[in-house]
Design a protein around this ligand. Structure first.
Ligand SMILES: Nc1ncnc2c1ncn2[C@@H]1O[C@H](COP(=O)(O)OP(=O)(O)O)[C@@H](O)[C@H]1O
Ligand SMILES: [Mg+2]
Length: 422
């Protein structure tokens, strides 16, 4: 028997995801979607065509909506489905995903929540219960009325706010925020991600707004979703997005460049091909690369950059998941994507930056100028961002350590580039 999930985009049927009796995944666009010239493809890797897409063709996009690694394992366990079964996981989790889509069983159209179905605000005890549940129930998988999915290998759950308080969404309600608990194996990851994301914002990069919150003595990060638009009437609309692996047809298991995932050359090429304003987005990506080097975020792989399909056409999404991973000696210090064949800051000499500029088709003078400017911006802003963040309940010492480490790295980048320009 073939199983089916309807794919909805803003209350319109885009097509169907299927699983045949051999367990094979397939996708086909709906006739009406194909016939409507204004209707967009779901992904840069799934161009509109009448012929169905094979598992190999459609799995990077659809599988790419699901949690990864241990999060995937735990979600599958909580739901009682096999971890390898993308279809079953999407069936149970695909009601609210990254971007505009909803994946729903046939007959279950994308209805708005009924008037008597309201989000459930969480008091302190409720929040603690959610934080305690997430390790065994990623995305709160299996909880009554919740069908939520996001990629990534870390614990998280998307939700809504009611008068500023964290709330579980009503069935079908678009989520607007993402709650990320601290990563228990590593110290002060809430402070780390909050600091790095805010530092990026302070130097003018386009980055998702974040807040470090505390409940009793537990911290968590609250990230505002950029793939949701809130109208004056309070109505929330989902905006489509896909990450670079989805857009390039790379399955999540090989997201790292060392396993065949996207390289920076692929990423810059993708933006030049699909962005409505490629020149603008290429510069934004360049800034992000330089910032990640300075911030020590070695985990900037192809699922940590996205394309947002807003009203003005495809563009590089705001930055997200910025963490100074080099602060943790147990994590690989090697960049997820090499920069001019260099994999660490220590290796990244002036020749490396020049090779990178050539690789991704950016003029060397421009690249040097941006390295110098971003280093300077970080050196100017790091102290103020750290002070602003360091409320008494947070780990102030850790925040100062992150700031010091990142300042040292900015100094080093500035020196390398200044040396090259003399
Ligand atoms: N601010 C945001 N707005 C919309 N989508 C986001 C935002 N932040 C993350 N995402 C989506 O959620 C996924 C997981 O988030 P991420 O912060 O990367 O988690 P992890 O640390 O587990 O990798 C991302 O790959 C992206 O698709
Ligand atoms: Mg991520």
């Amino acid at each position: 028997m073939t199983r089916v999930l309807d794919i909805w985009w803003d209350r319109r049927l885009v097509g169907q995801l299927t699983q045949d009796k051999h367990g094979e995944l397939g996708f086909a666009y709906a006739r009406a979607w194909l016939d409507d010239e204004a209707a967009q493809p779901l992904s840069a890797s799934l161009p509109k065509r009448a012929e169905p897409f094979t598992r190999r063709e459609c799995r990077p996009f659809f599988g790419g909506l699901l949690p990864e690694e241990s999060q995937r394992d735990a979600a599958a366990q909580a739901l009682g489905v096999s971890r390898a079964n993308d279809f079953a996981l999407l069936d149970r989790l695909g009601g609210d995903v990254a971007g505009a889509l909803q994946l729903l069983p046939p007959g279950e159209g994308p209805t708005a929540p009924a008037p008597d179905q309201r989000p459930t605000p969480l008091d302190d005890a409720g929040l603690i219960r959610v934080l305690d549940a997430l390790p065994v129930r990623p995305l709160l998988a299996g909880e009554e009325g919740l069908r939520l999915s996001l990629a990534g290998a870390q614990s998280k759950v998307p939700l809504v706010l009611v008068d500023g308080a964290v709330a579980l969404p009503a069935p079908g309600q678009p989520t607007t925020h993402i709650l990320k608990p601290p990563i228990s194996r590593f110290a002060a990851t809430t402070e780390n991600e909050a600091f790095v994301m805010r530092l990026a914002a302070a130097i003018g990069l386009d980055v998702a707004p974040v807040e470090a919150r505390i409940v009793q003595d537990r911290t968590f990060l609250l990230v505002q979703r950029y793939d949701r638009a809130i109208g004056d009437d309070g109505f929330v609309r989902r905006i489509h997005q896909e990450d670079f692996c989805q857009a390039l047809g790379v399955p999540p298991e090989t997201k790292y460049a060392s396993e065949g995932g996207p390289t920076f050359k692929d990423c810059f090429g993708l933006l030049r091909r699909v962005a409505a304003r490629p020149a603008v987005d290429v510069l934004k990506l360049l800034d992000a690369v330089i910032f990640n080097v300075i911030a020590g975020n070695a985990d900037a792989h192809g699922k940590n950059f996205s394309i947002l399909y807003g009203d003005e056409g495809p563009r590089l999404a705001p930055l997200y998941d910025l963490l100074a991973t080099v602060a943790y000696p147990d994590l690989s210090p090697k960049f997820a994507m090499k920069i001019g064949k260099r994999a660490t800051l220590a290796e990244l000499d002036a020749k490396g930056w020049a090779a990178f500029a050539a690789d991704v088709g950016i003029g060397l003078p421009l690249m040097r100028r941006r390295v110098a400017e971003i280093s300077k911006g970080v050196l100017e802003k790091a102290t103020a961002v750290a002070e602003e963040l360091a409320r008494p309940e947070l780990d102030r010492t850790a925040i100062e350590q992150f700031a010091n480490m990142i300042r040292d790295r900015a100094d080093r980048c500035a020196l390398t580039i200044a040396g090259a320009m003399r």
